[in-house]
Design a binder for this molecule. Structure first.
Ligand code: TYD
Ligand code: MG
Length: 453
């Protein structure tokens, strides 16, 4: 009998080494290499993959409508997928434990099964009774939604072949193991092997597959990072602790745009779609308070109004604090330097805190003007008119630069009852056809100051 080969695999990034190392040379994490045995697979990988092989064909003869999309009936979910589920696609959903991944997929599957598709929900974490309890809580009854509590890869594949579903979810991929490898479930080798087998079957049968993966900081279970290359779409389900809002974000999508987000709210009876996120994020906004400014950020194709809050207070530290939640820390430090140099605001002895209300994260330069205005407003203890929205990128010379998709942003602001929009001058000149809102173009911070303060 051939001796099994022993390798050491990094549980964080999948790096393999013939000997043990304290620090992974690939991802620089400590103590992540774990011994794994690899036995020769009973059939070479290539054979399985080859059975799905196609022959080369000219691009002009291939029709793009080969893979029609299926709507899940949950609009926010379909939007993130790029307009529905593509047959045969494999989607990885990552997120912290308890964020609502199982709930989201159970609800999506309920909608799909009502539309007549057979759905198979495989859970390696919960018993069928637990899944049933969750389904009851959300109010799901459907004969086309099948539940299976199983952790063995071989038995899962057998059930998939037998039931022949249109969509399947494996919750979570870290709990599934194959008996062809001796290592424990959750180890990187197991995760890679199991997902590989599921992906091959999905592609072969045209089965849409969701894989759920936990992301942990300490790397004690294999993060789904190694899987990101193997799947078509990677979604992250995220939310701030203490907030009931959840954001579904695409970070990779072979069948649609990334940056697209879906907003949900966790309720007593499951997740509810939030169709008008701007309204929700501005709901508890204090009016006429210094340091509070409304800006508009594009999330994919959708403009979202957000409230930026800044607090500037005298610092007693040698190096004053620059703390941010929801916006990039370096961006705020840079904008503070511009304010200091160009607008003569003394911030070197002030702590600056910037927060995006509602637990949203924005990383678009178009919110620069909003951040700068919020910081200045707090510093001067002077409130900014609550019916004003600010958009624009701020350059190092204190200039206000043009931004993209400005019309969609202005329309969103008008829809929510804002009366004035301060925006880059170059953009304002393109929008003279819009009515119902006062468009004020500015080309520098100095000009903006004259209007605001
Ligand atoms: P769950 O979907 O189990 O999270 P995950 O699969 O990502 O680990 O959801 C967990 C949380 O959601 C749990 O703390 C309870 C809450 N929840 C609700 O508030 N309402 C509901 O209807 C459901 C099903 C869960
Ligand atoms: Mg779960």
């Amino acid at each position: 009998m051939a001796k099994p080969k022993i390798i050491f695999a990094c549980q964080s990034c999948g790096y393999q080494s013939p000997k043990w190392l304290g620090k992974c040379p690939d991802c620089d994490q400590w103590n992540t290499l774990v011994e794994e045995r690899i036995e020769r697979a009973s059939h070479p990988r290539g054979e399985v993959a080859l059975s799905t092989a196609e022959v080369a064909a000219p691009v002009s003869e291939i029709s793009a409508t080969d893979k029609p999309r299926v709507g899940s009936g949950i609009k926010e979910f379909d939007r993130v997928l790029g307009g529905g589920l593509v047959r045969g696609s494999v989607i990885l959903i990552g997120g912290d434990p308890g964020i609502g991944k199982s709930t989201l997929l159970l609800q999506a599957f309920a909608a799909l099964s009502h539309a007549g598709h057979t759905c198979l929900y495989v859970s390696g974490e919960e018993s069928r009774q637990q899944m049933k309890m969750r389904a009851e809580r959300i109010g799901i009854t459907s004969s086309k939604l099948l539940l299976l509590s199983e952790t063995s890869l071989e038995r899962i594949l057998e059930q998939i072949r037998k039931v022949n579903p249109a969509v399947v979810v494996v919750d979570s991929i870290q709990t599934i193991f194959t008996s062809s490898l001796p290592s424990a479930p959750g180890r990187i080798g197991q995760v890679r092997e199991c997902s590989g087998a599921i992906i091959v079957l999905a592609k072969k049968k045209g089965l849409s597959t969701f894989l759920i993966g936990h992301v942990t900081k300490d790397g004690s279970i294999a993060g789904p990072r190694v899987l990101e290359h193997m799947v078509d779409t990677v979604l992250y389900f995220e939310g701030e602790g203490g907030h009931s809002f959840r954001i579904l974000r695409a970070v990779k999508n072979r069948f649609g745009s990334t940056n697209e987000i879906g907003v949900f709210e966790m309720k007593e009876a499951g997740l509810r779609e939030v169709n008008n996120p701007s309204e929700i994020f501005l709901m508890e906004r204090p009016l006429g308070v210094p340091g509070s400014v409304v800006a508009c950020s594009m999330e994919g194709t959708r403009p979202i109004l957000i409230e930026l809050q800044a607090l500037v207070s005298p610092s007693f530290l040698a190096v004053p604090r620059r703390t941010t939640i929801g916006v990039d820390h370096n961006r705020v430090a840079l904008l503070a330097a511009v304010l200091e140099k160009k607008m003569g605001i003394q911030l070197f002895n002030q702590d600056i805190f910037v927060n995006v209300a509602g637990g949203v994260r924005v990383n678009e330069p178009a919110v620069d003007l909003g951040i700068v205005a919020a910081v200045a407003s707090s510093y001067r203890e002077k409130a900014i008119d609550p019916k004003t929205v600010l958009v624009g990128e701020v350059g190092l010379a204190g200039e206000v630069r043009g931004i993209a998709q400005v019309e969609a942003r202005v329309k969103e602001a008008t829809k929510l009852g804002f009366e004035r929009c301060i925006l880059p001058r170059t953009n304002a000149s393109q929008l003279s056809h819009l009515s119902g809102v006062d468009l004020t173009g500015v080309s520098s911070l100095a000009e903006c100051w004259q209007i605001l303060f």
